[in-house]
Design a protein around this ligand. Sequence first.
Ligand code: TXA
Ligand code: MG
Length: 342
Amino acid sequence: METKIVVADFEDWRESVHEAVELLKKGELVALPTETVYGLAADVFNDEAVSKIFEVKERPSFDPLIVHVAKRVDLKKVAEVPEELEEVVNALMEKFWPGPLTLVLPKKAEVSDLVTGGLQTVAVRMSAHEVMREAARLLGPLAAPSANRFGRISPTSARAVEEELGGRIPMIIDGGACRDGLESTIVAPQMGKKGIELRVLRPGPVTREDLREFGKVIVVKKEAVEGESVESPGQIESHYAPSTPLLLFEKPEDFKPEDGKKYGLLSYRGEERDGYLELCDWEKIEILSPGKGKLTEAAVRFFYALRLLDGAGLDAIVAEPVSETGIGRALMDRLRRASAKK
Ligand code: TXA
Ligand code: MG
């Protein structure tokens, strides 16, 4: 199959979306930009289209998909909001939608088990990217996981989607680089004994600190085992992984380079004082936040830099840790998963 890449420019982006929607109506898949990472979209109410997502991504069927809606009222097309959660769900949508927050809620009967991996809940978000939102407005709710093959590096540009899925899907809309660069924060709100609890199933651009005013934030740590039924199947340990082994150390001195091997460094700010630059004769160095050490910039560049290192023919990539505050937590989560043994 030939994959057509359409650039959504300022003026004609709506035209490109129309073209994508025509394909979606026919049950085809289209890769669309979001503010987090590119998504691989299908009509959520078309089982045949949804099953193509799993085929194209080589994704196991127990791993559920995120559903994208165009407006807040559309949440109720796919999810049932329990009365006791009505207020907090509205407040969260008010504050973070459109944006990188995914809510896990009881699913509507119309949403098939294919979408939810058999779970009775559905994950829903409203993207801040106008291309994804316009497509969902014209067609209706879209199932859209990240547009990469299962377990691999998430794509933050159309080019990266092409590397992942070129030849397997008919169209990619190029909406530029993703603004946030890391997948959405996934939160399951629930009523606890002492009030609202927000269970964070995946850390992301909306941080713990951002969520605090809406309830008690509980970070779900339990690592899931592949194949087991889990609350958030994306929590499978090895994920977002480059093909090249990724090494993460407690302290820089723990890295013992072997003779004759080619190493790359994923550096946070490219500074000697962090202790990594001088550790060996790096074959390639990518800096996440050159000079400044800004976590938001590091997040935006993370998957892009990892992809560059992964394509450099290295024996291993060493990653500098970043501080675990704000979006740094989501970054370290991705780094740990990328470095987990496969
Ligand atoms: O930013 C994002 O969320 C991107 C863009 C494209 O929207 N999407 C994304 O989708 O990251 P994906 O498929 O790569 O990750 C979806 C994850 C699943 O692996 C699972 O952990 C979680 O969402 N998920 C989906 N449905 C769920 C549910 N009903 N309960 C708990 N977790 C769920
Ligand atoms: Mg993914």
